[in-house]
Design a protein around this ligand. Structure first.
Ligand SMILES: *Cc1c(COP(=O)(O)O)cnc(C)c1O
Length: 395
């Protein structure tokens, strides 16, 4: 296949591969070559490609009703909201179509709440250096990575970025003008960095003290990825607002903001809206996902497979201490950080038949579907070790 000449915007650096089908953890390209997927469309197809019950839900909803405006009620939206709330701290859900939109809605909620509850100056939002919250202009302003922001200034104002796990910096940043603290409980795109329980507890305490909302961006780590349905369940704190997207409908576009009644109260009619948000088709797909994920024993498997993957990565790290810096993660979001940049590593593993993510040329991020098998994990680890074995350590 020739990818040189085409009419698609050149906004992505892409691997030279074109996939035509997928089943479970295996993808097939136009040449008929098969790959084991440790990316899942970046934490999207967590139940595996073309999972049967999700396919069935989409088919049957498409034949019944695909879209109605939010001027009216629809059953699938009511059902999904009820399921999300009964399995979380939430009382109400605002639906949209992507992670950035969920972040955007959470920020609007926090700002409006700050204005009305505390006064017109209370619009500051504290985020983390190295965080990732999406690419719309305001989600980008929240994102703590200047590389993504360069060229797009002026950004939305009043976002402060502090180093992850720096409680002293957090105490200095949060005050009477703070509308929200927004955190990924594990920084995903920023290199799989779990935040400490102490830091999260400090954030909760400061938000309570200054009447700010605590927002968890669980767009990447939510929906079972860490081994519990939501990542906050494995921390000592409960947020007021949580952003979801990626795996929520296993590949069908959807985003959601889950919030307490006291927080969602600040988005009354007329304050925010989305044409497609919460349409019956997307909600039917997401409801099918939640039914699978909340079935007895299902998520326990994620923890076990995650432990297997982690142990394998740690074993490699132990054998190549000059090349591997450390391993980090929880459940089936795992990373191996190298001491040296090997920008070709993802391409090498693609040749070997594996899809992986590589950040900054040094951070290997693995996000396999939950249907990955022990054998598939072992085969990736074997291929990875062969590639690691020939990396020259930095002298
Ligand atoms: C991917 C991601 C987003 C943005 O989601 P989009 O659907 O690409 O807009 C936001 N927050 C986090 C933590 C993410 O990983």
């Amino acid at each position: 296949m020739n990818f040189e000449k085409n009419h698609v915007a050149n906004a992505y650096a892409r691997f030279p591969v074109n996939f035509i089908s997928g089943k479970g953890a295996v993808l097939t390209d136009t040449e008929g070559k098969k790959y084991v997927d440790f990316v899942s469309g970046i934490a999207v197809c967590s139940l595996g490609h073309c999972e049967e019950t999700v396919v069935e839900a989409i088919k049957s909803q498409a034949e019944t009703l695909m879209h109605v405006s939010n001027l009216y009620w629809n059953g699938p939206q009511l059902e999904l909201a009820e399921m999300l709330c009964s399995h979380s701290f939430g009382d109400r859900v605002f639906f949209c179509n992507s992670g950035a939109e969920a972040v955007e809605a959470a920020i609007k909620l926090a700002r409006r709440r700050g204005h009305l509850k505390k006064g017109p100056d209370c619009h500051e939002i504290v985020c983390l250096e190295g965080s990732f919250h999406g690419r719309t202009l305001t989600a980008l302003s929240a994102t703590g990575q200047p590389v993504y922001q360069n060229g797009f200034q002026p950004l939305t104002s009043r976002f402060t970025h502090i180093p992850p796990d720096d409680t002293a910096a957090l105490e200095l940043a949060v005050g009477p003008r703070t509308a929200a603290v927004m955190l990924e409980p594990i920084l995903g795109e920023g290199g799989v960095r779990p935040l400490s329980g102490d830091f999260l507890a400090a954030a909760r305490k400061l938000c309570d003290r200054f009447e700010a909302v605590l927002i968890f961006d669980e767009v990447q780590v939510g929906m079972g990825r860490t081994g519990s349905l939501f990542a906050y369940e494995q921390t000592p704190v409960v947020p007021d607002v949580m952003c979801l997207a990626k795996a929520l409908a296993n590949g069908f576009p959807i985003g959601a903001v889950v919030a307490t009644e006291a927080a969602m109260e600040f988005l009354p009619p007329g304050t925010h809206a989305s044409t497609f948000g919460g349409n019956p088709l997307a909600c039917a797909a997401a409801t099918a996902v939640l039914k699978v994920m909340t079935a007895e024993g299902f998520l326990g498997k994620v923890g076990k497979l995650g432990d297997r993957l982690r142990q394998g990565l740690e074993d490699i790290a132990g054998r190549y201490p000059d090349v591997v810096l450390e391993c980090r993660g929880a459940g089936l979001i795992q990373a191996m950080e190298l001491k040296v940049a090997v920008p070709d590593l993802a391409m090498q593993l693609l040749d070997d038949g594996f899809l992986v993510l590589l950040g900054h040329g040094r951070i290997l991020r693995l996000l396999p579907p939950f249907t990955i098998t022990e054998e598939q994990i072992s085969s990736l680890l074997a291929a990875l070790e062969k590639r690691i074995a020939v990396i020259k350590p930095e002298l």
